[in-house]
Design a protein around this ligand. Structure first.
Ligand code: NIG
Ligand code: FE
Length: 420
């Protein structure tokens, strides 16, 4: 078979190789191929290795010299709040002065501040802001994301957010998986009637399902937001409708959200800064992935999730960005990877598994994404680095040189490739 494109002179190609979810010690396993090539046809990888690639070349084939860049699979950011309006730099000063994040929310700010702005925003303005943020993420090497609603908190505005994500997915090269998160907070109309809001969410999920606007449902299970019982009720209803489920769990207080996630066979439980030892044990015996978000700990100046303890206990981990205006305002996924190393004490191979195949697994995409392998989508990042360790060590800069999605260059020489 002849290729459309063969990338040659790859310094080192790094790819996960174990079947996901990759857990515990296995997370330190990555295949390394020196002086590699990747052959691509019709958007898929047809071969890779360090042998002779001549058999894939015809007069039609483009040959691209990677000039010793390293190659990794496209990065997968499995937890973002991509679509929202406005920003919260006013709150940043309060946080730094020591006002707790949950107190800001309780007084009608925080998430609820962004809800006001998102409700007022036009479809077009939300689309432009989300699209531009996604460009930023792609420049850092991200080729797939998950995007949550949760700043509308009524059917009209949740649907608006999800429709915006859908339009971005149709017009932007990065692939988006959408999650409905009406249970991000109770809106002001339901301030004193949380049960009423939960019933509303349960109704609204039917509409969202019927209109194919999301694949998953997420709940912010936290003190003063949604309790364990509230969360169980919402997610069980979601499962009845055939949504996959996930939770913001044990972010600030240790409520046992991770254990609930295991009980419900959630695809992931996210945050986990305050996870209990008991729940680590439960997670380790399940296929629920611990999705850690070190950027949030960094920004909120909170403790970090006990990643080493979880790896030692044989849990499967992924790392995500949590891009949002209130607890992690950054699109820089490589900085998140640096934090995974510096603060979560994960090694570069663990981090690569945690930002490619494991998130692909819990997003239900591991058949087509997350590794450089024959038959997979040609989502590939070429980084200007001599090895994987360097990528994690040299922080605060962007190592991405070129990005391919479905076999097409979407970032070339650090610039976004504009559609013709
Ligand atoms: O993942 N924890 C809840 N949700 C977001 C923050 C949202 C916000 O503050 O706007 C998070 O950290
Ligand atoms: Fe989040």
């Amino acid at each position: 078979m002849k290729a459309n494109l063969v990338i040659i002179n790859i310094g080192v190609l790094y790819t996960p190789i174990i079947k996901p979810p990759i857990r515990g010690k296995d997370m330190s396993h990555i295949l390394e191929v020196e002086n590699a090539f990747i052959a691509i046809k019709d958007g898929k990888i047809i071969d890779f290795g360090n042998q002779d690639y001549a058999k894939y070349i015809s007069t039609e084939t483009e040959i691209f010299d990677a000039k010793h860049c390293i190659a990794i699979p496209g990065l997968i950011d499995s937890h973002t709040h991509l679509v929202h309006a406005g920003s919260r730099e006013d709150e940043y000063a309060k946080l730094r002065a020591g006002v707790p994040y949950l107190d800001i929310l309780k007084s009608g700010g925080g998430i609820l501040g962004t809800v006001n702005k998102t409700r007022e925003a036009s479809f077009e303005d939300l689309y432009k802001k989300g699209y531009n943020s996604l460009n930023e993420m792609m420049l850092y090497g991200v080729t797939t994301i998950e995007a949550k609603s949760g700043y509308g908190l009524d059917l009209l505005n949740e649907v608006k957010q999800l429709e915006v994500a859908k339009k971005i997915n149709e017009t932007h090269p990065v692939f988006i998986k959408s999650t409905y998160m009406g249970a991000h907070a109770a809106p002001k109309e339901y301030k004193d009637n949380k049960p009423g809001y939960i019933n509303q969410i349960i109704e609204d999920m039917k509409y969202i399902k019927n209109h194919h606007l999301a694949d998953a449902v997420d709940v912010f299970c936290e003190t003063g937001v949604f309790s364990i019982e509230d969360t169980r009720k919402i997610l069980k209803e979601a499962q009845q409708l055939d949504f996959s489920v996930k939770l913001h769990a044990d972010e600030i207080d240790s409520l046992g959200g991770a254990g609930l996630g295991v009980e419900l066979q959630a695809t992931s439980v996210d945050h986990l800064m305050a996870i209990s030892d008991e729940d680590i044990k439960k997670l380790s015996k399940s296929n629920t992935v611990a999705n850690l978000l070190p950027g949030t700990s960094f920004y909120l100046n909170k403790g970090y999730a006990p990643a080493r303890k979880m790896i030692d206990a044989n849990c499967a981990l992924s790392i995500a960005g949590d891009y949002n205006p209130g607890s992690c305002p950054t699109e820089n996924f490589q900085f998140i990877m640096h934090l995974a190393s510096n603060e979560l004490k994960m090694n570069p191979k663990e981090i690569l598994n945690a930002t490619t195949i494991n998130p692909a697994y819990h997003l239900g995409l591991s058949e087509s994404k997350g590794t450089i392998d024959i038959g997979k989508d040609a989502d590939i990042v070429l980084m200007d680095a001599s090895n994987l360790n360097y990528l994690v060590y040299h922080f605060g800069v962007n190592h991405t040189k070129h990005v391919l999605i479905n076999g097409k260059f979407v970032v070339f020489n650090r610039q976004i490739v504009r559609k013709k």
